[in-house]
Design a protein around this ligand. Structure first.
Ligand code: UD1
Length: 421
């Protein structure tokens, strides 16, 4: 198993360019199944989750050409196999979007239950509730979901989500795209990648409004044709570099970002004493590495993202005083990394869904294990800030979501290398 070896303590200096958003890419690529024509997609991140998805789509008969770095042409006009390879589907979370896309285009879907980061129980009952409301007969087994057109046919519908779910919002948007009539999703999630997916589909000819608000409306169209689209920058990748500079210290220009998407993260870093300057599509961050304590509560967008919980926790471990971090989306998420941080000298007490973090002057290097993607990112930040050498094991999790991480950090002056066993 590959691992990262990090020698900590060097401030980060220079500039880093953020890649296309993972969570938008893993929705937009399956959405290409809805399109009869060529979708040209720019800013596709080269990460393992995307590579798996492309393998699934190729296996189904989608013609995929690489026009240049990060630019793909996908043509799903002639699908030869409507059953996505279950072994590949189980390797990632967002493969559940194949359900909505196949249901909409072919009125049936047989898709294995997804895998991916296992930091909590991650039900898909809201996705299923949406498919059923759209007229699908749903059969779930231990490892598969089978969707068929119900006796009254598939049609637009009104759906109120019981919980604000990114995945269910996106899956229902996709499923409704080619169905007759209007669909309205109430209590929809508002994350930037939902807006990105809707913009992509609208570019291809869909009729979706309200994405980015709590009420999304979809008017079904007969077919989607090709077009060209560029994926937004990755909010969480950008946040991870910002948290790294905050914790380690330094002066970095983070390029190719949408600063408005970053407000929920940058405002917390400012509270912790970091200097932030927003430009049109970049953020400059300066940090002395001396941070103040703060309070963070994760929430769906525009709140503080749960996907930044672990990274901000590392900043808290190095801040003066006592910080409080409350997880409101995935309560068991602390267990993926807090024990590892404690082995590096962090002082964290978990009570229910709140971590109380008492800052320490210095973390020390250790051998630690990534248990999921963002937990792994946090351990890397801790290693960059720590005294001595840190080895982060299980880095396949990190490589699901961070493009050219070692290269980007090395360019900022970090001492990190990937070791292949
Ligand atoms: C997406 C992100 C993930 C992020 C999460 C929350 C992708 C590919 N992944 O995951 O990185 O951590 O949003 O921002 O975009 N829930 C249910 N029933 C459902 C669906 C969700 O109870 O059918 C609950 C979940 O257990 C969780 C909450 O709703 O407590 C939010 O989950 P959701 O937004 O659906 O997360 P994902 O879309 O899986």
């Amino acid at each position: 198993m590959a691992k990262y070896e990090i020698i900590g303590g060097t401030p980060l200096e220079g500039s880093v360019t953020i890649s296309g958003a993972k969570n938008a890419a893993v929705a937009i690529l399956p959405a290409a199944l809805l399109v009869e024509g060529v979708c040209r997609v720019e800013n596709v991140p080269d990460i393992s989750d995307v590579r798996i998805l492309l393998e699934i789509l190729r296996d189904m008969g989608v013609r995929i050409q690489e026009e240049g770095p990060g630019v793909l042409r996908l043509d799903a006009t002639h699908i030869t196999n409507r059953c996505p390879n279950p072994e590949l589907v189980r390797k990632m979370r967002a493969s559940y979007y194949l359900m909505g896309a196949l249901l909409s285009r072919f009125h049936q879907a047989d898709v294995a239950l997804p895998g991916g980061c296992n930091f909590a129980s991650r039900p898909i009952d809201q996705h299923v509730k949406g498919f059923a409301a759209l007229g699908a007969d749903v059969e779930e087994t231990d490892d598969y979901v089978y969707l068929r057109e119900g006796p009254d046919g598939l049609h637009g519908s009104r759906i109120t989500l019981d919980v604000v779910s990114v995945g269910a919002t996106i899956n229902i948007i996709m499923a409704a795209c080619l169905l007759p009539g209007q669909t309205i999703i109430y209590n929809a999630a508002r994350e930037p990648h939902i807006v990105d997916l809707a913009n992509f589909l609208n570019t291809m000819g869909a009729r979706i409004s309200g994405a980015g608000t709590e009420v999304v409306k979809i008017w079904g169209v007969e077919r989607l044709r090709g077009g060209s689209y560029a994926i937004i920058p990755d909010q969480i990748e950008a946040g991870t570099y910002l948290a790294a500079v905050a914790a380690v210290g330094g002066n970095v220009l983070v390029q190719n970002v949408i600063p408005k998407h970053m407000d929920c993260i940058t405002s917390k870093l400012q509270e912790m004493g970091v200097s932030i300057i927003n430009y049109d599509d970049a953020i400059r961050i300066r940090s002395t590495g001396k941070l103040h304590h703060t309070t963070v509560k994760t929430r769906p967008y525009p709140g503080f993202p749960t996907d930044m919980q672990a990274q901000i926790c590392v900043c808290m471990t190095l801040a003066s005083g006592i910080s409080r971090l409350t997880e409101n989306v995935y309560e068991t998420r602390f267990f993926g990394y807090c024990t590892e941080l404690q082995s590096m000298g962090a002082n964290i007490l978990i009570t229910g869904k709140t971590a109380t973090v008492t800052g320490t002057k210095q973390l020390k290097g250790a051998t630690v294990c990534a248990h999921d993607l963002r937990a792994g990112a946090a351990l890397i930040i801790a290693g960059l800030a720590a005294q001595g050498t840190t080895v982060v094991e299980n880095i396949h999790f990190v490589e699901r979501g961070y493009e050219r991480l070692v290269e980007k950090l090395t360019a900022l002056g970090a001492n990190i290398r990937r070791i292949d066993d």
